[in-house]
Write a protein of this length. Sequence first.
Length: 512
Amino acid sequence: MSREVRVRFAPSPTGPLHIGGVRTALYNYLFAKKHQGTFILRIEDTDQARYVPGAEEYIKESLDWLGITPDESPWNPGNFGPYRQSERKPDYMQYALDLVEKGHAYYAFDTAEELEAMRERLTAARVVQPQYNSITRTQMKNSLTLSAEEVKARLESGEPYVIRVKIPRKEEVRLNDLIRGWVMVHSSTLDDKVLMKSDGMPTYHLANIVDDHLMKITHVIRGEEWLPSAPLHVLLYQFFGWEDSMPEFAHLPLLLKPDGNGKLSKRDGDRLGFPVFPIDWNNPSSSETAMGFREQGYLPEALLNFLAFLGWNPGDERELFTKAELVEAFSIDRIGKAGAKFDIAKAKWYNEHYLRAKSVDELQQFVIQDAQKEGFEVSEEKAAAMVRLTKDRVTFPAELWQESKFLIVTPSTFDDQVASKRWNADAVKVLTHYAERLQNHSGEFDAETAKNLLAASADAVEVKLGKVMQAVRLAVTGAGAGPDLMEIFAILGVKELANRIRFALDQLPVNG
Ligand code: GLU
């Protein structure tokens, strides 16, 4: 039986979306598009204590920026809504009660103190994993141990209760993960998880299964951290009698720290100076902030390409893929089991590639805008020249202006180190001569002319040009290194060039 592919990305709005979550969204998206299926965004907001205002919008904006656009979402609902779990709240109870009726779930009335006492008892008895399960539940206050009348009376009195799943004592739970193969777990290792909380809200497990069922999800593609929950989910499908439509599971490998030692965290980003979130985050109700790839100057196509390769590869040497090419090439069987090291150098490499692939027209806008922010008006023509000069040397768009700004803003200081090493009498001779030639020059002035005139000046004063080149650069740009110097001369034009040289000759003392 082949069903229309329907996959979902189901983040909880508890803060900014981690880059690992974005990768999960991307893989879901690619899989859906590859199979002409539907990509759904579902907001899992049943844990009200952890709800963070602004987090939903953050998720939306991040996905929009990257073009990982859901076909169905809270903002673009299809026929399987609601797409926010809290809006489905009234429905979950009936599903939990259905399980109670079938004998797969039960009411539990234990107070926090009683649960704590149980934990202490078990810990004292050296139980490694103290939990509410098929053995311990027999000593607790629940509808399996209390009489039917007492349960009824407690429920009617309005006493708080939860509904727990009744995990069978001895059963092998198996699932065939598309990435990991067969996963087998003995039910004695599982606990009787709460399905309905005392506030009338479902827990993640219940809501997730009910929603996946109602939304006709065919494949659950999510992070490895959910693998331990998968056996419970399989049991729930069985308990509900939904085995036939149970989705297939694919648990994605973890994103690891750059050195491969452990899971990538926000702290790693802070420590090593790179973002681990798609866009900037400012928690509206606290002072929590986080930097994003977008604001750091990463292009969406670069981040997308980078993320696609964190756990997946096409099986050949190719590394550069547009979104459409990723859709074409993507398959779950090429996702690895091993964690993927987060190599920010690779992200930069992608960024450089996609930046270079942009037209001068597109890039000159960055220069014009960045210049404007600092109060400079740069013409389109000039900006285009500045882009041509720097585009192959930079990683981020903001560097286009930073690296070529000296063309607009005459440098008033000179790199001391370069000056002390390279500024000498020979340089002064060549530059004095050159400045004069420039002044007398008429007609076109391009890189070629600039170079010929400079070579002629060096000849005239009998100095080897190669020996003074760095000093020449220093005089005109204030720095010892940078883009092609003759191109710089051509952009500056003969007059500005001569002025700069004269200014430098004036400012810099001659040593030796
Ligand atoms: N709400 C879960 C999360 O935040 C979803 C896990 C799943 O995809 O089942 O990651």
